[in-house]
Design a protein around this ligand. Sequence first.
Ligand code: GLA
Length: 712
Amino acid sequence: MISIKNNTISLHGRDISYIMTVGEHGDLLHFHFGKRLADREYSVPAKWSAWSPYAPEGHTLDNMPQEYPSYGYADLRPGAFSYTKGSMNGIAQLKFRGAEIKKGAASVPGMPCLHDGGAGAETVCITLADEEAGIEAVLAYTVFEEYNIIARSTVIRNISDSAVYLKSVYSSCLELAQKDREIIYFPGSWARERQLERCALKKGMRVNIANERGGSGHNMNPFAMIADKNSDESRGEVYSMSLIYSGNHSTNVMCAPNGSVRILQGINPDGFGWELEPGGEFASPQSVMCFSDNGFGGISRELGRLYRNKLCTSRWTHRERPILINNWEATYFDFDEEKLVTIAKKAKEAGIELFVMDDGWFGARNDDTKGLGDWTVNRQKLPSGLKGLAERINAEGMKFGLWIEPEMVNPDSELYREHPDWVIHVPYKTPAQSRQQLILDITRSEVRDYIIKSIKTVLSEGNIEYVKWDMNRPITDMPYPGYNHRYTLGLYEIAGALTSAFPDILFEGCAGGGGRFDPGMLYYFPQIWTSDNSDAAARLMIQYATSMGYPASAMGAHVTASPNHQNGRMTPLKTRADVAFAGAFGYELDITKMDGDEFEEIVKQTAFAKEIRKLVVEGDLYRLQSPFEGNHCTWEIVSPEKDEVFVMSCKIMTDTLCSEPFIRLEGIDESAVYTDTLSGKTYYGDELSRRGFMPEYDMKDFATVILHLKKN
Ligand code: GLA
């Protein structure tokens, strides 16, 4: 899988090769990332053009694709790292010093990363150094036999005898030769996360896909794709880069005047800084690069499988997820024990399996102005305590789970009154509040210890089988450069301590909805609340775009009330469930008010969700019609054996004319005959895939059609 032959280092995955060569002056050059090549020494040169005018003389690197470029000496394009030495700029030119192949996946100290689960991975660690400048870089590349990905991380070491100050350390660098390409990225905002954007990369352009709001952010996901112009879901060469990181990130794309592209991915250099004493080192997070010559769908299915098998560590990753009901949109803060038990009881009758008590159960938390940080149960609301409530919910035949927001504190709380200095702040300014809350300074060990101890106490109090871990504001007042990275390391320490102390609890991440939906959090939490916007029509776009970089099973998706609480839209109950089925399915509405036909419909929905949830956890997702491009949104999940298929198709606005009547299924067994368990109709695989099926939508806005096909 990895070989070193004279000056060539080659990594081969399932259908890909990643190849580097050591140039005649000792530079580590990029040669190829793409379709698999035979393992040998290669005949064409790594460099892109024979000469580079107006560049450093002699041995210039300005026209060379590199693995970890330095700025300012032989290359004047932005570099993968930068530093200062006292009042001087760090000018370095890293040279190859050696490479070592190891069995297994690389580990990244203090941070989540891919794991090999015992087999199928190899790593090469390549040491580069400039002894004059006193800097060494160790580049780790992991390749998996069964995947088309390369995972990269970097360690920078100070090998001089005085301190250096790192200003930027990217995790990976990918250089692509001249071609017409486009970038696909996922910006958004609260309640509108991960909207799909696509634009052409033109010569000379600089595009920074970045976030500096503290968490990985609603406003930009740490995932982007660079694709051949006109690529689509099944055609075109596509590269993706995902950062396994939950803090400020940057995917920095620079298009050279000759049309070649350099992409750097890692911690956002804005606000970053790190002092390295002599001998000190800094480790970057891991960046996952994927290649597909089958369009965006090839990337998504690869990442979906990769994350399920090699990233998520939860015992729940491959398990069918319980159908939950969350009381947030049913009660907000206005609840007591009886009300919760009544909801749980009715939910049980509907076939729901897990009751989740959201915000408002602790301290003086009767609204969002008080109580955060005080993790003791509010006995006025819940006289039986967590233990007693869990018992009552369990007695109804339901699992019990709860909401926490461990990183936060309200100024109006016991915790803040006791430790006002524990919040993130600069000494000369009152810290900014957001949602009336401040952030605990989890770079401090005593604060982490408090959080771990108090949440462990909560989770040991009763039979708690699920936790929703929220984080409801951006990070402001960061006191010094590099603070955000230390915060992120603190977060990982807390998440690691709690998830490993309670390995059977199903953890769901959340950050004001999907504000920290990233591969770093997925390492600990197998599912994440996708968005506070639970309107089915808005969710079509959010879930469609999220599925490009993440598995369906990672997306928390709930049926909520109509009119929707976030945008007032009215949608049929059927649509709300049909859209949510392709995720970690649940309800978030006052089920005690639902009777008659509506209740019966929910009973049917939960029964159906149970039938398809194994498929949602293990299947491959295909996007067939994009809500970003037309009036239809269709997705499909196919089991690995191709014997089971779920299709959801929505006609967004009703219309007498169907502009796209036929939908061709993908990834199915064309020689098979399938029966739809919902309608009893039989379909031939070749017809479904070559001609397509024609959904018969109801005559109303947001009408959906679903199919659940099983091989005869
Ligand atoms: C955030 C979450 C919601 C809910 C509230 C509770 O907004 O995204 O789902 O838990 O907090 O305060």
